[in-house]
Design a protein around this ligand. Structure first.
Ligand SMILES: [Zn+2]
Length: 137
């Protein structure tokens, strides 16, 4: 896997293998998720892949009432909102993802800081299947 470029395309390819992969700078140790071809901290180009465990805690969230077309297709709308959150991963970087398993209609009851675990979701096969990450408690 070391011949893969440090970019969004590789990130999505790894997701299909159910791996959350980011880049780590060999010089200063800074992590980037999704991976970046240059270190986000010292601009170094000597990078290596690092796999994230997919565990973290909820740092912020918002309840989405107006669903974009892709989510509306899955049945989300103003009567069935969903949650998008910022997850602070154990390894440090933040990840923005859909949060499942919480009541989007009662955002006041959702606690910041709760532990979350990543889950891989596959979209319909043809024409271009994608795998994305959803977090749930
Ligand atoms: Zn660096």
């Amino acid at each position: 896997m070391n011949d893969r470029a440090f970019n969004d395309h590789s990130y999505e390819e790894f997701l299909k293998e159910e791996k959350i992969m980011g880049s780590k700078c060999k010089k200063c140790g800074a992590l980037a998720l999704p991976p970046r071809p240059l270190c986000v901290s010292c601009f170094g180009q000597d990078l290596e892949w690092v796999q994230f465990r997919g565990a973290g805690k909820l740092a912020a969230f918002t309840s989405i009432v107006i669903a974009p077309p892709s989510m509306a297709k899955e049945g989300f709308n103003k009567n069935n909102p969903y949650i998008v959150g910022v997850v602070e991963l154990e390894e440090g970087p933040n990840m923005v993802a859909r949060i499942a398993g919480l009541d989007a209609k009662k955002p006041a009851e959702i606690d910041i800081g709760i532990a979350l675990k990543a889950e891989f979701i596959r979209t319909d096969p043809a024409p271009d299947q994608k795998t994305y990450v959803v977090f749930r408690p």
